[in-house]
Design a protein around this ligand. Structure first.
Ligand code: AMP
Length: 284
């Protein structure tokens, strides 16, 4: 694996004439890698010729400074995991490489409805920060295929929109959520949970599965109330628990057999914010 810290070096490597016809796959991450991240790398290795992974903890996308300060950093372990995975290139830029000056941090992306709901509503400015860094990374790497995790489903739709705004020709492949044995969606933030909390945190997925199972006989608002009350009794503070159309995340009270739906949740367990989602298409 080749490690690049400067975008110019990475670009001259990728633009080398011998890489002209090569299909480049890109997996952007914020590090503290786990099997979920590695599943994206594995998918890219299968489907493309060169796999580039980036690690950059983007300060701009944290709407909560404490969350940024506490974001886990495990760089040495990450490099080892990536080496073992067969990843071709790791791009690990310094902050001033991505944001050389104050002006480079200022740009507005027209994300519309997607920015006003769910994560957008509860984390103001978050998706602007995501777009800011992803635009820079895509411009540097110019990949053919971008591998993203369904874990951050709304982010997938935001990045799809960004690629449209940038008028780039990039295929997006959304990879399934990898989970711990107890069902907890793998996440870098899980490193901040102790064993007891990890056990409690697994209830998020159990709640989503229960909603999916019962959607055929009960309406969503009843199931939401029931799940919400149970999760709160277990110590969660829920930001949202919603069902939405998978295509555009339009919030849905009811579902039908003709469209695809997803149930999404975000909740705090103590001071750790967790998100998860489950496809419920065909359950209504
Ligand atoms: P992050 O480092 O959290 O920004 O995540 C980098 C990429 O890995 C994003 O596309 C995430 O959606 C994806 N990802 C995070 N957790 C998982 C998981 N449990 N399973 C699959 N992909 C994941």
């Amino acid at each position: 694996m080749i490690l690049f810290k400067h975008s110019k070096d990475l670009q001259s490597y990728l633009n080398n004439p011998k890489h002209k016809k090569v299909i480049t796959g890109f997996v952007p991450t914020m590090g503290a890698l786990h099997e979920g991240h590695l599943s994206l790398i594995a998918e890219s290795l299968l489907k493309t010729d060169i796999t580039v992974c980036s690690i950059f903890v983007n300060p701009i996308q944290f709407n909560n400074i404490d969350d940024f300060k506490k974001y886990p950093l495990t760089i040495e372990k990450d490099i080892l995991l990536l080496e073992e995975s067969g990843c071709d290139i790791l791009f690990m830029p310094y902050e001033n490489e991505i944001y050389p000056d104050a002006a480079s941090k200022i740009k507005h992306f027209e994300l519309g409805y997607l920015e006003r709901i769910l994560e957008g509503k509860y984390r103001p400015g978050h998706f602007q920060g995501v777009c800011l860094v992803v635009e820079k990374l895509l411009t540097i790497i110019n990949p053919s295929v971008l591998f993203l995790g369904q874990k951050d489903y709304q982010q997938c739709l935001v990045i799809k929109k960004l690629i449209g705004i940038m008028n780039m020709d990039i295929e997006i492949i959304i990879c399934p959520i990898l989970r711990e044995i107890n069902g907890l969606a793998m996440s870098s933030r899980n490193l901040r949970l102790n064993d007891k909390e990890k056990n409690i945190a697994s209830q998020l997925y159990k709640a989503l599965k229960k909603i999916k199972k019962n959607l055929a006989q009960d309406n969503f608002s009843y199931l939401k109330k029931e799940a919400g009350a149970q999760l709160e009794r277990s110590g969660f503070k829920i930001d949202y628990l919603e069902m939405a159309k998978s295509a555009n995340l339009e919030i849905a009270e009811d579902c039908n057999m003709h469209e695809k739906y997803i149930v999404l949740i975000a909740a705090f367990l103590n001071d750790v914010r967790l998100i998860d989602n489950l496809d419920v298409t065909g359950q209504c």
